[in-house]
Write a protein of this length. Sequence first.
Length: 208
Amino acid sequence: MTWRRCVDRDGGQAFPIYVVVVAALLFAALAFFTVGKAAIVRSNAQGAADAAALAAAREARDTLAPGVDLATLSPEAWAQVLKGNRFDDAGACGAARDFAARNDATATCSRAGPRFTVRSVTNGTVGDSVVPGVSGRHGEAEATAEIIPRCHLKAGGPGSGGGTVPDPTPPALIEFECARGGVVAYNPTQSRPWRSLAGDLFDVRLTD
């Protein structure tokens, strides 16, 4: 009888410990799940911010300001275009918001020179969580995209101002020297959308 009472007493003492251990393991599993879900929500926010920032920069790059006629630009005006100073960015932040919405997020957008910075907030949340302060949190992230000129007017070529006598007529062909030794030719007498030409003259990339 004495031995049985000892076993029963030891079993009774072990049961609360077992309950505590199981509860701790369950809490740890739920916490790990929450951390994983939070990481996914944060990744979604970063993806939305990246896509929206790139969309804003591309929209600005691909749209010239109203009244800009490429066929009549002077060398000085071309220099401003190639610096990115003649873009119409009115729709850039609208494009950022549209791309964020496609990624189930909202976005705020701002411009500083050739750079567009977007902050995104996911519509989805982490959900209910056992981790204090995490329940219901949205993912947030920020990204910046930059328009980078990669070409300049070819020295001595048509439209570069290299001639000694001003020519009032538009040149038949304008050539640009670009990064890595590339050459881009533009014929103002032929119809080529600026959006197509802009893709050759400028890069758009995310900044670190």
